[in-house]
Design a protein around this ligand. Structure first.
Ligand SMILES: [Mg+2]
Ligand SMILES: [Zn+2]
Length: 266
């Protein structure tokens, strides 16, 4: 269904285009979503396991308004604090969230190849959960930066979460447009004279579609097989075969991405 472009083409073009003194090797940027991508569940619903009842009351569930997930999560985390759940217990529960098949191997490979690979997470989870999970995995060194809703633990032991940013994208939830985050990150890196040979974007969800549409030729969109992002990409391509510039490589295991990345940076 998806086209596969020649792997070496962009590197050859790149080396032809640049004057000799600038022919240093450019890095690959790997962008990860977190929930159902690095980990094989939703961290925002996994945390409910830390409550005594392991469920939320109906009045709280019903308070969710479409597109306002982060505000809802702030209420959920306040509720969890009100149940006298200690941060240490919540942390232990979050550390038990399973990693997606092959992701430990993939992150290990990235941590061992930092001279060729920069790696960021863009996620609608929150900074406390992601930090706990990465820290427990021992693979924090694979990740250069995390862009997510900022969270902190207050003096009462409650986790507080706020929206990541405000933006003007009509396609995305009010608290986070991942395309905007990726755009701003690339601009910041370019100002520091860091340019990427390609971007590999790894995700599963509806909010990964906006950034993937912005990828250029030579970049690779990596949607998780059978999840929303893959379906949205199939639909976009069936409606307009020119809709996307990036190569598309669906995956079921991080090991498939590992093989592709190994070949790319060889
Ligand atoms: Mg996701
Ligand atoms: Zn957007």
């Amino acid at each position: 269904m998806f086209c596969v472009a020649g792997k070496c083409r962009s590197r050859i073009i790149n080396s032809l285009r640049l004057p000799l003194q600038f022919q240093r090797r450019m890095k690959t940027l790997v962008v990860f979503d977190f929930d159902y991508t690095i980990v094989d569940d939703n961290s925002d619903t996994w945390v409910i396991r830390s409550t005594p009842e392991q469920t939320l009351p109906d009045w709280l569930k019903k308070s969710y308004e479409r597109g306002r997930w982060t505000e809802y999560m702030a209420r959920v985390l306040t509720y969890i604090g009100d149940q006298s759940v200690q941060p240490g217990h919540m942390r232990a529960v979050m550390e038990s969230i399973p990693f997606t098949d092959g992701m430990i191997e993939l992150l290990t490979f990235i941590s061992e190849n930092k001279k060729d690979i920069d790696c960021i997470i863009i996620s609608d989870s929150n900074s406390v959960f992601i930090d706990w999970v990465l820290h427990a995995s021992g693979l924090k060194s694979a990740i250069d930066d995390v862009f997510t809703n900022p969270a902190s633990i207050d003096a009462r032991g409650y986790v507080n979460v706020r929206c990541f940013h405000a933006h003007d994208c009509q396609q995305c939830p009010v608290n986070l447009c991942k395309r905007r985050v990726l755009h701003d990150f690339r601009e910041k890196q370019a100002q520091a004279d860091v340019h990427y040979e390609r971007i590999c974007y790894i995700g599963d969800g509806g909010n990964d579609f906006c950034p993937v549409r912005e990828l250029k030729e030579g970049d690779i969109a990596m949607p998780r097989k059978g999840f929303t992002l893959e379906k949205l990409l199939c639909k976009a391509i069936s409606e307009d075969s020119e809709a996307l510039h990036a190569k598309i490589m669906p995956w079921a295991s991080g090991n498939e991405i590992l093989r592709e990345l190994t070949a790319l940076i060889e």
